[in-house]
Design a protein around this ligand. Structure first.
Ligand SMILES: [Mg+2]
Length: 365
């Protein structure tokens, strides 16, 4: 067999029972208990259920009053999305230590493309393991991971050894993995479609593969084409980082308005230091330095200069900001100064090249 598949190293990370686990971590009384986040009140719907509750059949999207019938001891807690989002940010920060190609699907799930990664680690499986260990150490929660050549397979795989586990589908296993896969486990095949497929005798990936593109087109509309390719291990959808930073800034508001440029320079040094530190932390550099000046009467002025090269060092940022400061006389005393760097090199970073490799090739995963 020599099927050419686009080879990328994709990790899908999925936090285990995220909202419920956060509540259990924050409130030890809830540990080990059947717990539903949301779903209180007469018509409430559950957002997340702890594993203890799931044993009783309680699931997310289930009506609270039905859930109580299944699990009479079920404890309901109100969701605290601020807290979930705070933790989600911490988890994401870990991802960015490995790659900038991070595509969050929700607060508790993301795709990572680690084909090329900041650690120079060729093994996506080991990266996933390391990330899960770090999430546990640094955040206190468990996560599961799926690792494979595209987003679809990674997503399906992350469910296999859940909770607190991971599964790698190596390039040479992709075809058989998809063939034996229950059609109900196909990501993108909803309940209704799965039923329709069952009626047509399509129970597994292999059954799906027997159908022609024309047949799938005719029976499943636009999705037919998606099913046709996905079951052959072909998915060209890239990991799309939806939060590419456009600029990085730091600023200071002063307790007393400044009118002396000497004092302003001193403040600028600290601000430039902070911008530089942030740039380096994110491994980016920028070409355009912008000085922001807010006067005591609250009018705002910005002055920019674009350099012919990318900078991240304090000294050059500070020199450029100084130039901008002296460029024009201040019209009033100053209450805030800020420096931002834009035109960042992340905007021009090339997308990873798509490689086509025969599945029979030995490939470190
Ligand atoms: Mg989850």
């Amino acid at each position: 067999m020599s099927v050419d598949l686009p080879i990328r190293k994709i990790i899908h990370i999925d936090m285990d029972a995220f909202y419920a686990s956060v509540e259990q971590m924050d409130n030890p009384y809830l540990k080990g208990k059947p717990l539903a986040v949301g779903g209180g009140g007469k018509r409430g719907v559950i957002s997340a259920a702890s594993y203890e509750a799931r044993k009783f059949g309680v699931k997310s999207a289930m009506a609270g009053n039905l859930a109580v019938k299944l699990c009479p001891d079920l404890i309901f807690v109100r969701p605290n999305f601020e807290r979930y989002s705070e933790i989600s940010k911490k988890v994401k920060a870990i991802f960015y230590d490995y790659t900038d190609l991070v595509e969050p699907l929700s607060l508790d799930e993301a795709y990572l493309d680690v084909t090329e990664n900041k650690k120079g680690n060729p093994s996506a499986s080991l990266i996933a393991k390391e990330i899960r260990e770090r999430i546990f150490k640094e955040v206190g929660l468990t996560a599961s991971a799926g690792i494979s050549i595209n987003k679809f397979i990674a997503k399906v795989a992350s469910d296999y050894n859940k909770p607190n586990g991971q599964k790698t589908v190596n390039p040479e296993e992709v075809i058989s993995f998809l063939e034996q896969l229950d059609i109900r486990k196909f990501y993108g095949v909803g309940k209704v479609t799965a039923e329709k497929m069952y009626q047509k005798g399509i129970f597994t990936g292999l059954d799906l593969k027997q159908k022609t593109l024309e047949y799938l087109d005719a029976n499943f509309g636009k999705s037919g084409r998606y099913y046709y390719y996905i079951v052959r291990g072909i998915q060209n959808s890239e990991v799309k980082p939806n939060r590419i930073r456009k600029s990085l800034a730091a600023e200071r508001t002063f307790s007393e308005n400044l009118s002396s440029e000497i004092f302003m320079l001193e403040k600028l040094k600290h601000i430039a230091d902070e911008v530089s530190r942030r740039l380096k932390k994110s491994s980016v550099a920028g070409k355009t330095v912008t000085l922001k000046i807010k006067y005591s009467d609250f009018t705002l002025q910005t002055r920019s200069k674009t350099l012919p090269y990318f900078v991240s060092d304090t000294s050059i940022i500070l020199e450029t900001a100084k130039d901008l400061l002296y460029q024009e006389k201040m019209s009033n005393s100053v209450r805030l100064l800020g420096i931002s760097l834009s035109n960042l090199n992340t905007e021009t970073k090339k997308k990873p090249e798509q490689k086509s490799v025969s599945v029979q090739l030995k490939f470190e995963f």
